[in-house]
Design a protein around this ligand. Structure first.
Ligand code: NDP
Length: 330
C-alpha cells in the first residue's frame, strides 16, 4: 500500500508534552468518511496554532493530524455528489480538531463537509483564502445584511489572516477601510490591500473609559475581541454593526450595554465552523467574485509540512502576516 506524508502530533502520556513530526501513513490509517481527497494545499490558522501547541486546542485524541482547512482533488468517493477528479474545498466541521485534517497528502472526510471548488479559483488560491478568508467573507455578508453606514469600515487585527482578506474584500467593494494593526511596519502592506487609513493598536487597546465616543465607524470586522472590541462598540455610528469573528486580543468583553441601547449598535457573531453547505457555497462564490485575485499573492507566505511546528507558534504570537499556504506535496 502506498505511503504518504502527514504532519502528526503525538502526546507523551507521562509528561503530557506534545511533539509534531512529518510521518509516513497509509490510506488504511485515515479516519472513516465517504470521500478520500488527495490534498494539495492547507493553511495555518489561529486554531491550528492551538492544535499544534502543548495545550492541544480542541484536539480530542492523539495521535492527531491538524489542519482545519484544505483544498485538493477527490481520489475516491462513496457519495454520489462527488466523483474522482473533482476539485473540492473543506473548512470547518471540527476537521483538524476532532477529525484528522489537511496537514497530510491525503484526507478522508464526510461528503457534507466539502464544497466543490467554485469556478474562478484554483486549489492554491482557495487556500490563500482558507478558513480565515471564508470567515472574512461571511463577516462582510453579515454586515451587508444589516446595512453598512456612511463612515469608514474598521478592520481589527488587520495584518492577520481574517483581517487581510476582509480589508481586500471591503476595499474592492468600494468601502473606505481603516485597518487596526499593532505592527506599524505592515502599513504599506495594508495599503496595498486597499486600506485607506491605518489605526495604531494602542489607540484602541484600552478598556472603555466612556461608553460612547464620537460616531466614527460605519461597520467593523473584529478579529481581536477583548478591550478593543469594547472600545470600538462605543465608536460605531448609529445603527451600525460589528461582525465579531475572533479573540486574538482576549475573550473577555469589558463593555457596557450603552452602545446597544443608545446607538442601536448590532453585535453579530460569526461562526465559520458549523456553516451549512448552502452558506459556505454562497460565501465561496462571493469570494471568487469579490476578492481581487491579484491581491492574493501579496497576502501569501508559502510553507511546507516541516515548517508547521514553528508557524503554529508564530500565529499564536500574532507574528504571521496575511495567510500561510502549505504545499503538502512539496
Ligand atoms: P491571525 O493571527 O492571522 O491574526 C490575528 C491578528 O490579530 C494578528 O495578526 C494581530 O494583527 C492581531 N492581534 C494579535 N494579538 C493581539 C492582541 N493581543 N491585541 C490586539 N490585536 C492582536 O489570526 P486569524 O486572522 O486567522 O484569526 C483571528 C481570530 O479569528 C482568531 O481568534 C481566530 O481564532 C478567529 N477565527 C474565527 C473564526 C470563526 O469562525 N469565527 C474563523 C477563523 C478565525 P496586527 O498585527 O495587525 O495587530
Amino acid at each position: 500500500m502506498s505511503k504518504f506524508n502527514a504532519l502528526m502530533v503525538n502526546k507523551d502520556e507521562e509528561s503530557g508534552e506534545t511533539s509534531a513530526a512529518v510521518t509516513q501513513l497509509s490510506a488504511a490509517d485515515l479516519p472513516a468518511g465517504e470521500v478520500t481527497v488527495a490534498v494539495e494545499y492547507s493553511t495555518v490558522n489561529y486554531k491550528d496554532g492551538l492544535c499544534l501547541g502543548p495545550g492541544g486546542g480542541l484536539v480530542r485524541k492523539y495521535p492527531h493530524v491538524p489542519g482545519i482547512d484544505f483544498a485538493g482533488t477527490v481520489e475516491a468517493s462513496d457519495d454520489p455528489r462527488y466523483k474522482a477528479g473533482d476539485k473540492v474545498v473543506l473548512t470547518g466541521w471540527r476537521v483538524g480538531e476532532a477529525h484528522w485534517g489537511g496537514y497530510a497528502q491525503k484526507a478522508r472526510v464526510k461528503a457534507d463537509w466539502l464544497v466543490p471548488l467554485p469556478s474562478g479559483l484554483d486549489t492554491r488560491q482557495a487556500m490563500a483564502v482558507g478558513t480565515a478568508g471564508l470567515t472574512a467573507m461571511l463577516s462582510v455578508m453579515a454586515l451587508e445584511d444589516h446595512g453598512i453606514k456612511q463612515g469608514p469600515v474598521l478592520v481589527t487585527g488587520a495584518a492577520g489572516g481574517v483581517g487581510s482578506v476582509a480589508t481586500a474584500i471591503l476595499a474592492n467593494l468600494g468601502y473606505d477601510v481603516a485597518g487596526v494593526t499593532g505592527r506599524p511596519e505592515t502599513g504599506d502592506y495594508l495599503k496595498s490591500l486597499g486600506a485607506k487609513q491605518i489605526v495604531a493598536r494602542e489607540e484602541l487597546n484600552e478598556t472603555v473609559k466612556r461608553p460612547l465616543e464620537g460616531e466614527t465607524w460605519g461597520g467593523c470586522v473584529d478579529a481581536v475581541g477583548g478591550a478593543m472590541l469594547a472600545r470600538v462598540l462605543g465608536q460605531m455610528e448609529y445603527g451600525a454593526s460589528v461582525a465579531a469573528v475572533g479573540l486574538a486580543g482576549g475573550a473577555g468583553l469589558p463593555a457596557t450595554v450603552i452602545p446597544f441601547l443608545l446607538r442601536g449598535v448590532n453585535l453579530l457573531g460569526i461562526d465559520s465552523v458549523m456553516q451549512p453547505y448552502e452558506n459556505r457555497l454562497k460565501a465561496w462564490e462571493r469570494i471568487a467574485k469579490d476578492l481581487p485575485m491579484n491581491k492574493l499573492e501579496d497576502m501569501v507566505q508559502p510553507a511546507v509540512l516541516s515548517d508547521l511546528p514553528q508557524l503554529g507558534k508564530d500565529i499564536l504570537n500574532g507574528q504571521v502576516k496575511g495567510r500561510v499556504v502549505v504545499d503538502v506535496n512539496a
